[in-house]
Write a protein that binds this ligand. Structure first.
Ligand SMILES: N[C@@H](CCC(=O)N[C@@H](CS)C(=O)NCC(=O)O)C(=O)O
Length: 82
């Protein structure tokens, strides 16, 4: 399962998701949309939005930090460890 988190550092909703990822000890690829324009461009072209956090699950975008955290908790056993 390929997981990519689109985020930036100053976003509190992103911090909520990042903390959960750390607590679960799972492997996620990080896509900082302010540090690398290609990540921002991909997010906008795929979704028409620049809202973060957005978790790509096998290339399918999921918005809403609470939904992302719930999904990560529910699926943690199936996700590769960091
Ligand atoms: N309800 C959303 C809120 C996300 C949100 O407001 N993110 C802000 C950054 S802290 C953002 O990306 N705003 C820019 C935009 O939506 O275009 C969540 O919990 O994920």
């Amino acid at each position: 399962m390929k997981l990519e988190l689109f985020y930036y550092d100053a976003c509190p909703f992103c911090a909520f998701v990042l903390n959960e990822i750390r607590d679960l000890g799972i492997k996620v690829d990080y896509c900082n949309i302010l540090e690398d324009e290609k990540h921002l461009n991909r997010l906008v072209s795929d979704t028409g939005r620049r809202t973060v956090p957005c978790l790509y699950i096998n290339n399918k975008p999921m918005f809403e930090s609470q939904d992302i955290v719930n999904w990560l908790k529910d699926n943690a056993a199936k996700i590769e460890k960091a």
